[in-house]
Design a protein around this ligand. Structure first.
Ligand code: UD1
Ligand code: UDP
Length: 360
């Protein structure tokens, strides 16, 4: 039997990407184990996802918790080095662009263990984003690069990556969305949050939007102007809670700030929304598949396919309220294109390449 393969997860966006890959490899009889770094932790940011997505309980939890970039990355690296030295997996699979991703790729590469990066090649070309640094380093190090969109393939090619390392497989996060579509209950979400009219869902956690008081204040001003037009429901990521609260986020009767939601509940809420205001990477993709107008409060996106083939638009904090107004006026699109290979089978394609790589 080939393997074992070690999957490394760390933060919330990793979980819906990893679930279909683990499942597809299990179907092929590949021996695998899962290590969670503990970058995200607790019921709301970790446990609920493993339960809802049918992920196996991690075989190892490094429990690193929160910290500065260097401290967190270093804690993951030292913890993982011990695990890899002891277990010597045939391959390490990393997901997305979080600190856990780059830390694991670095340790595995130095131990000369084969590596695979799921969601390779995305580029915002914005070096102020910590994720962009993580993406560049991870792609440089990993042997197998699984791309979710043609632009990602092109970026890797432009960086001189050999085509033999690049595999255009589609989007495993969308596998998870399509597999769970029947569970996303918009009516229930509406009832749960006492939403009687059209509503907007907002998720905001990027350092550029929430870390500095001036940025948080500008964001809150925009959210209040949006809430003058429709209820705004905001499952708040822990990162921005203090700064957004200090900026007066809660001081509007139509802004509903709630705790982060489980995947199924969150997607139910998004499915029924008139529009979504976000700076999340994954949410840009999910709204694209669901046909929900998405207003991304960022100057750039590493996911341009959600604009060219989806419902996404980039807006500034200042112009966001008028973009919400336009979205409310226009209503949801009746039809829209979806990106190539976002068809629910990315996990299988990834598993096929990984399994072939293990035989070598
Ligand atoms: C991380 C990722 C980001 C991703 C986001 C998804 C990096 C550099 N950033 O950002 O790319 O979009 O996850 O959600 O990897 N905290 C908790 N509970 C938790 C986790 C964090 O309260 O379970 C709080 C802590 O105060 C912590 C802060 O949130 O200091 C930031 O957490 P961290 O994991 O460092 O970065 P995120 O902002 O979550
Ligand atoms: N998500 C969720 N509950 C929430 C907010 C987000 O289940 O309250 C899910 C959603 O599927 C999203 C994923 O978590 O795509 C990752 O979200 P996040 O915005 O934290 O990370 P990013 O994609 O920006 O890195």
């Amino acid at each position: 039997m080939p393997g074992p393969v070690l999957h490394v997860t760390g933060a919330r966006p990793n979980f819906p990407k990893a679930a279909p890959v683990l499942r597809a490899l299990a179907r092929r009889g590949v021996s695998q184990f899962l290590l969670h770094t503990g970058q995200h932790y607790g019921e709301q940011m970790f446990d609920v996802f493993f339960r809802q997505l049918g992920l196996p309980e991690p075989d190892i939890d490094l429990g690193v918790g929160s910290g500065s970039h260097a401290r967190q990355t270093a804690a993951i690296m030292t913890g993982l080095e011990d695990v890899l030295t002891e277990h010597r997996p045939a391959m390490v699979v990393v997901y997305g662009d979080v600190n856990s991703t780059v830390a694991a790729a670095l340790v595995a590469a130095k131990l000369q263990i084969r590596t695979a990066h799921v969601e390779a090649g995305l580029r915002s070309f914005d070096p102020t984003m910590p994720e962009e640094i993580n993406r560049l380093v991870t792609d440089r190090l990993c042997d197998l690069l699984f791309a979710t969109s043609p632009d990602a393939v092109a970026h890797l090619g432009n960086e001189g990556v050999s085509p033999s390392r690049i595999h255009f497989v589609g989007n495993p996060m969308i596998d998870t969305l399509l597999a769970n579509l029947d569970r996303f209950d918009a009516a229930r979400a509406r009832e749960e949050h006492a939403l009687t009219t059209r509503y907007v869902v907002a998720t905001l956690h990027r350092p550029a939007n929430v870390d500095q008081p001036a940025d948080a204040a500008a964001l809150v001003k925009g959210l209040h102007a949006a809430a003058d037009q429709a209820d705004v429901v905001l499952p708040l990521h822990p990162r921005g809670r203090a700064s957004l609260q200090a900026a007066g986020l809660f001081d509007h009767s139509r802004v509903r700030v709630i705790d982060p939601l489980g995947y199924v509940e969150f997607m139910g809420l998004v499915r029924g929304a008139a529009a979504v205001v976000t700076d999340s990477g994954g949410v840009q993709e999910e709204t694209t598949m669901l046909g929900v107008p998405c207003l991304t409060i960022r100057p750039n996106t590493e996911r341009p396919v959600t604009i060219t083939h989806g419902t996404n638009r980039l807006v500034t904090r200042e112009r966001m309220p008028e973009a919400v107004e336009a979205a409310l006026r226009a209503g949801r699109p009746e039809s829209w294109p979806t990106p190539p290979l976002w068809d629910g089978h990315a996990g299988e394609r990834i598993a096929e390449v990984i399994a072939a790589g293990l035989d070598r």
